[in-house]
Design a protein. Structure first.
Length: 120
């Protein structure tokens, strides 16, 4: 079975997003790091929500595996980047297409989401 996070053919834990042990470990180690939660949009309107401590490097990585030009439409500074990303994924769940990709309508939620995150 493939890891739904990195795509490697590894043994995965079905209870935790079907991620391999390496991805689970990385997420746990980085959950409380300062960084950026980003929102990318493809030309067809779908959006990707992710978190990183190095946006430039992350965009380079995503660009090599995506044939379409993605543009950054939101950047949210966070002291707990991956926890914030996780909360956003939960709030956008009804718009989920697959993994970290969501329907364009999810963008309408971002002002409300950012407001809720500043209240915490």
């Amino acid at each position: 079975m493939l890891c739904s996070k990195c795509g490697k053919n590894e043994s995965v834990r079905k209870r935790v997003n079907s991620w391999c042990k390496e991805c689970l470990y990385a997420v746990r180690q980085n959950s409380y790091r300062k960084g950026i939660v980003y929102v990318l949009q493809c030309p067809h309107g779908e959006i990707k929500v992710g978190g990183t401590t190095n946006l430039k490097k992350r965009l380079e990585t995503i660009g090599t595996c995506n044939p379409e030009k993605l543009r950054v439409i939101r950047k949210i500074q966070s002291q707990t980047t991956f926890e914030t990303e996780k909360k956003i994924h939960i709030l956008l769940d009804k718009f989920r297409i697959k993994g970290e990709w969501y329907k364009a309508e999810a963008l309408e939620m971002f002002d409300k989401i950012e407001h809720e995150l500043t209240l915490e």
